[in-house]
Design a protein around this ligand. Structure first.
Ligand code: AMP
Length: 581
């Protein structure tokens, strides 16, 4: 299929803000896509050249793209810059400049989706000395072969600014519709995706081998698994009432990591399925020495730990280990301990279907005693008082609380349910837990703040049933002046002229931005609100956060990993119960 057809599909998607229409456009398009190009189409829709865990990025900054446009159009860099300034979008600038040129251009061989993809992949893989010029030449060469419309989308894709407003849930629904004529295949597609974190691969298998082949997806060493998540309850009593006898583990406040050991090779993935192997050399070394298996997948929480005092460093210290440079120095200064809490695979056997008890038993057999990898502390009980004591003990030790685990539950990749229940410190009169919100716009600010050009953020939670972002708060505190300015600069790079397609809001901020950045906020409580859309149904008001304030800085979460509307509803109910008691 020609890339032009994909560009035309993007054009249609861009023209609508209605989710149902997007779903129809996308599923109609998928029906026409060939088996050997569907994976590439999916990556284009997801705005990535490959899934994040492959660690391959295009790596072209604006200035490089400007040079490529200049080369392809014969215009000077200054002219390209001027056009960019005027239009505010390098994609539009390239479209305009190419339009002018193409009056005289004879199009020889318009490229297919596959060809465009291959060239972009080549750009991504070009590294080392002289790579800047090579990348520019490759992109310029591609731009001379395409129409103005195609160029617009290629340039936006290269810069990571395609902003189609379609999330994975919509893509999965559309794939199902294209293959079986309804959404019934969605859960199978999602299961496969949760196990391999590569939607392109799932789509390819589905197109080539049919729906039955989806069942064959298994955990595989080297392919990150979308992690299981925890629900929350308000007390030890509620937990025992809900799941009965359970295992309670310390809830360590660090970085969740998946360790994939493949004989002598070790890979480490984050909760976002990003490859982070190079950041944690001490864990790589320990995995080789302490994991008694040729092949295994183990999950745990890595925390900076002071062996001298036997104390955890605060999260702010652990997070400094997430860095690209000076890794060796930092790993000596603040070595991490990985508290292992799950085992998903070992030497040919998929353990995700096994009960917690069995997985934990195998984990204990698999980890050799040592300094860096240790087992997460746990108790097994059906007594609320004992559970409460273990919780208090953990709070005293400076951890976040506990995670209670249902003894007979399998490991459900990507799912948040009551197989795992977290119990966190309760702040008197405040919310039991923080909320992760996605920023979708900002207000310019009055008085003192006007000077910074930013006064408050419009914050949303995620509605995972509708694949939309719903407003829950205007957040105006918690950042230093310096960070407000830094954030405004970042947000301005994702500025859009109208409300993004997936955002559901009754409030109009001064500046709309693409849903991209996730922040953790603390608030006093959740209240009902007529102005916010989170949880709003017909005449029923939505929810709002009272006195929200930002904690820390941008989180390493995708917008779809933000707190969901369902969780907010549960937190609201939980708050009511706590107040009543
Ligand atoms: P939260 O991020 O508040 O939703 O809590 C869930 C997170 O707690 C997980 O994603 C892990 O990163 C972390 N965690 C810490 N200790 C454990 C444990 N023993 N079992 C499961 N998750 C844990």
């Amino acid at each position: 299929m020609l890339f032009l057809q994909l560009a035309e599909c993007f054009e249609k998607l861009e023209a609508t803000t209605k989710r149902l229409e997007m779903f129809n456009i996308l599923s109609d398009f998928f029906k026409k896509v060939e088996k050997d190009e569907i994976d590439k189409v999916i990556y284009f829709c997801e705005e990535q050249i490959m899934p994040p865990f492959k660690g391959i990025e295009i790596g072209m900054a604006e200035k490089m793209v400007e040079k490529a446009i200049s080369k392809a159009t014969g215009k000077s860099i200054k002219e390209v810059e001027e056009s960019y300034k005027k239009l505010g979008d390098l994609g539009l600038a390239s479209e305009q400049l190419l339009k002018k040129k193409q009056v005289t251009l004879i199009k020889l061989s318009p490229p297919s989706i596959k060809e465009v993809y291959e060239i972009l992949l080549k750009i991504a893989k070009t590294t080392g000395e002289g790579s800047v010029d090579k990348k520019i030449d490759l992109l310029a060469g591609l731009l001379t072969r395409v129409s103005a419309k195609e160029a617009k989308y290629i340039v936006r894709f290269v810069l990571g600014r395609l902003r189609l407003g379609i999330g994975d849930p919509t893509i999965m629904d559309s794939l199902s519709q294209a293959i079986v004529g309804d959404r019934s295949l969605r859960s199978e597609i999602e299961r496969a995706y949760n196990l391999c974190s590569d939607l392109g691969l799932v789509a390819k298998v589905l197109f080539e081998k049919g729906p039955k082949a989806l069942k064959q997806f298994k955990v595989q060493v080297g392919l990150p698994i979308r992690m299981a998540l925890a629900e929350r309850l308000a007390s030890a009593k509620e937990i025992i009432k809900k799941i009965g006898k359970c295992a309670a583990e310390t809830k360590y406040d660090g970085l969740r990591l998946a360790i994939h050991k493949d004989d002598g090779k070790v890979e480490i993935f984050s909760r976002n399925q990003e490859r982070m192997t190079h950041m944690f050399p001490e864990i790589v070394k320990a995995a080789k020495e302490q994991i008694k298996a040729n092949k295994a997948i183990i999950e745990g929480e890595a925390v900076a730990f002071n062996d001298e005092t036997n104390e955890f460093y605060p999260f702010q210290v652990t997070i400094t280990r997430k860095r690209k440079y000076e890794v060796a120095e930092r790993s000596k200064e603040f070595p991490l301990v990985l508290f292992a809490f799950d085992l998903l695979y070992k030497d040919g056997k998929d353990f995700t279907k096994e009960a917690y008890v069995k997985r934990r038993e195998e984990l204990e057999k698999t980890i050799k005693k040592g300094k860096t990898i240790r087992l997460a502390e746990k108790i097994v009980t059906d007594d609320p008082e004992e559970l409460e004591k273990f919780f208090e003990l953990n709070i005293e030790r400076g951890t976040e609380g506990i995670v209670a685990k249902r003894l007979d539950a399998p490991y459900q990749a990507g799912a948040r349910n009551f197989n795992w229940i977290k119990l966190k410190r309760s702040y008197k009169g405040e919310l039991q837990d923080t909320v992760d919100v996605v920023i979708v716009g900002y207000f310019k600010g009055k008085g003192l703040r006007a000077r910074l050009g930013i006064g408050a953020l419009l914050a949303c939670v995620y509605d995972d049933e509708e694949d939309t972002f719903k407003t829950i708060a205007k957040v105006g505190s918690g950042l230093s002046e310096e960070n407000w300015i830094k954030l405004r600069e970042l947000l301005d790079k994702t500025k859009v002229s109208k409300k993004p397609a997936r955002v559901d809001s009754l409030i109009k901020p001064d500046v709309w931005t693409e849903p991209k950045y996730v922040f953790t906020v603390m608030a006093d409580e959740i209240t009902h609100s007529p102005v916010h859309t989170a949880g709003r149904k017909g005449n029923k008001p939505g929810f709002a956060l009272r006195f929200p304030r930002i904690q820390g800085w941008i989180r390493d979460k995708k917008p779809e990993d933000a707190t969901t509307v369902k969780e907010i509803t549960e937190m609201f109910e939980m708050q009511k119960r706590v107040k009543e008691s």
